[in-house]
Every structure is written in structure tokens, then in C-alpha cells.
Design a protein around this ligand. Structure first.
Ligand code: PMP
Length: 384
């Protein structure tokens, strides 16, 4: 068999401005870190780097949890790892569902033979503390799931008081921060979050492939008291916690760590530490305001009506009547600008603009809105 001819052609990747829901553009320092020489996955120099990553993640999540590390895999890996470890077959999971990620978690949970109860919130809105509290009373779940940054709708779900409600009922609070961490206020310990996971390819401006995760003491105790083994070896949090040096015991080989991605994550966390987490979040909030006023100037509206519920690092924009959203997206893509359409319940209704990390930048935002406005005018036949 001859070698595939395309493989022998020069390898060319275009440079695009990635202002969709992720991946975002990579930061220069992160790219440089990817080029560092490989080390073995148990070499002291590498385990020292893992330790740096662990403390950087504790800072990012604002937690003292010792069981804090990065799962090898994208955001879905963190999601599966959380569910597989925190719950056993037939236990009840409450899912707050206001977009695609609640649906996805419910799907994964059913595959694990969990009992899934759903608290539905309207698309573009969030569940109130009262509704959440009632659902916890009604279903007495072992774990309750909330997506902090619903990237399909652009909603930032409030979490104040959710941890207390959970803990009064012996429920663990599980939160998805894939699309929000670093770009919206989040304090795992203050909020009483028992398990939180994220991903590297959004605010962190690193390549996809690692899913930061953290388990509270209560979550760790529940895992230790399991009657059945975690159904996945790869996602077993106690095994992973050992490899990441989270317990006072010698590290064992579990799997070959994704060496270069761990370097990249370390460098991404250095960026957050240098800017300061609060400053980083504040920058996302300020630039979101610039985005809203730019939208207003061109006659577009954010899809999430309540400003308090808008995710600062990902904005959904309502598609005006008689416009084909895909036509506009294609027009922008021809200029190497990525803006995305809706997903799940927002499909065909919104555009999604991610302003993650280095892309939370005034000039980039104004460039994208200008291009979006021109693309809409061209799609509606109003172009000069
Ligand atoms: N949760 C949220 C909120 C997300 O936005 C995403 C990805 N867009 C995921 C989970 C899944 O992450 P991944 O695609 O990295 O597996």
C-alpha cells in the first residue's frame, strides 16, 4: 500500500481568531511551554511540575482541597470522573438543567445506572435557591449538579446558598466550571462546592486535553466509603490522587501523564497567578460590558435578558428575525474569525462569542462586532 499522498504534502494550519465557545487562542508562553523537552511521567522534575500545577489549580478554584489535580482528557473527562467517583449505581443525582450540559450530565449518569432527577430552568435563565432547595427536599439526592457557566445559553448560574442547602441534606454539590473558571467569580470553598471540574481550552488559553478537578473532604470521604469499586480505572480519583501526589504516600504509575499538556497548564496557571485571579475575572467583566455596548450600537441584543445572569466570558447574542445564523458564521469564518452558532436549546437562535483569557480584549471585541455587523448586513442584503 502506498503512503497517503495528502500526508506527504506540507502541513499548513491557518491562524484564526477563535472567538467561539472554545478552544480559544493559545497564549504565546503556553505555546513555548509545549516545546519544552519531554520528561518521564515519574521523574522528580516532572512531579515537581505536577505539584506546581496542583497549587495553581487550588488557587484557580479557590480551594484548600488536597484532592486537586488534572484528569487526562477534555472537560467531559472531568465530568465522567466526577460522576463515576461520587456516585454508585442506583444512587440519586439531581441535575439542574438549563442548557445542554445538564442534559449531557443526565445522559452520562443514566449510562452509569444512576437515578436521575431533573430540575428544569428556562433556557436563558437559572434555577432559584428556593426551587433548588425544594428539589433537594423532594428527591434527597446524594449529589446535585449545577453548570456554573452554561456555554450553550450564556448563563452564569448563581451558586450562593446552594452549598448550604446541599450540606443540610447530606447532598454533595458538583459544579461544572469548564466555561467559567477564571472568567467569572467562583470560590469553591466559600460556596461549599464538593466537586468542581474545568477544562484548559477556554479562559486558560491552553490546548484542550486536561480537565482540572477538585474534591472536598466530604467528597473524598464518600469516595472512600464506596461499597463498589469505581467503574473506571482510568478515572478512579483515588488512583489519580496518588499519581498526582495528593496523599501522603509514594506516587505510583497510573497512566503516562500527558507531559507537554501539563507543562502548558502550568504556564497557563502562571499567567493567572501573575495577573491575579480577581483582576483576571474583573477584566472579563469589564470587557463583557464593552461587548454589550458594542452590540447595542449595532442594534443587537444579548440573549440572556437579566444582566446578573450573563456569563462574562461567553456572550450569546439573539439572532435578529429573517437572518440565517449560519450564513453570518460562514461569512466571518471566511475572514478567519470564529463565532459560533447556538447549541442544543439555543440552536438557530443565537450566536455565541467567547471572550476567553487573551481574547477578552477590547480591540478583538470591537473587531469581531464590526465584522459581525457587516456579515449580518450582507446576509440581509443591506451591504453597500
Ligand atoms: N461543560 C461546559 C460548560 C462546556 O462548555 C464544555 C465544552 N464546551 C464541556 C463541559 C465539555 O468539555 P470538552 O468539550 O472539553 O469535553
Amino acid at each position: 500500500m502506498p503512503p497517503p499522498t495528502r500526508l506527504l504534502q506540507p502541513f499548513k494550519v491557518p491562524i484564526k481568531l477563535l472567538m467561539g465557545p472554545g478552544p480559544s487562542n493559545m497564549r504565546e508562553g503556553v505555546r513555548a511551554a509545549l516545546n519544552a523537552p519531554l520528561l518521564g511521567h515519574l521523574h522528580t522534575e516532572f512531579t515537581d511540575i505536577m505539584d506546581d500545577v496542583k497549587s495553581g489549580l487550588q488557587y484557580l478554584f479557590q480551594t484548600n482541597n488536597s484532592l486537586t489535580f488534572a484528569v487526562s482528557g477534555t472537560g467531559h473527562a472531568g465530568m465522567e470522573c466526577a460522576l463515576m467517583n461520587l456516585l454508585e449505581r442506583d444512587e440519586t443525582l439531581l441535575v439542574v438543567q438549563n442548557g445542554i450540559w445538564g442534559l449531557r450530565v443526565a445522559d452520562l449518569a443514566k449510562r452509569l445506572d444512576l437515578q436521575v432527577k431533573v430540575l428544569n430552568a428556562e433556557v436563558g435563565k437559572a434555577a432559584s435557591l428556593e426551587e433548588f432547595s425544594q428539589a433537594i427536599d423532594d428527591f434527597k439526592p446524594k449529589v446535585a449538579f449545577v453548570c456554573h457557566g452554561e456555554s450553550s445559553t450564556g448563563v452564569m448560574h448563581p451558586l450562593d446558598g446552594f452549598g448550604d442547602v446541599c450540606h443540610k441534606n447530606g447532598t454533595l454539590l458538583l459544579v461544572d466550571t469548564v466555561a467559567s473558571i477564571g472568567g467569572a467569580p467562583f470560590h469553591a470553598d466559600k460556596l461549599g462546592v464538593d466537586c468542581v471540574y474545568a477544562a484548559t481550552q477556554k479562559v486558560l488559553n491552553a490546548p484542550p486535553g486536561l480537565s482540572p478537578i477538585s474534591f472536598s473532604e466530604m467528597a473524598l470521604n464518600k469516595i472512600k466509603q464506596r461499597k463498589t469499586r469505581v467503574p473506571s480505572f482510568y478515572f478512579d480519583a483515588l488512583e489519580l490522587g496518588n499519581y498526582w501526589g495528593c496523599f501522603d504516600e509514594p506516587r505510583r504509575y497510573h497512566h503516562t501523564g500527558i507531559i507537554s499538556l501539563v507543562y502548558a497548564l502550568r504556564e497557563a496557571l502562571v499567567g493567572i497567578a501573575q495577573e491575579g485571579l480577581n483582576e483576571c475575572v474583573a477584566r472579563h467583566q469589564q470587557n463583557a460590558k464593552i461587548l454589550y455596548s458594542a452590540l447595542d450600537e449595532v442594534g443587537l441584543k444579548p440573549f440572556v435578558e437579566d444582566p446578573a445572569l450573563r456569563l462574562p466570558c461567553l456572550t450569546t447574542i439573539a439572532v435578529p428575525p429573517n437572518i440565517q445564523p449560519k450564513e453570518v458564521i460562514d461569512h466571518l469564518m471566511a475572514q478567519k474569525i470564529e463565532v459560533s452558532g447556538g447549541l442544543g436549546p439555543t440552536f438557530g437562535k443565537v450566536w455565541r462569542i467567547g471572550t476567553f483569557g487573551i481574547n477578552s480584549d477590547r480591540d478583538k471585541i470591537l473587531e469581531v462586532i464590526l465584522a459581525l455587523d457587516e456579515a449580518i448586513k450582507s446576509a440581509s442584503g443591506l451591504a453597500d
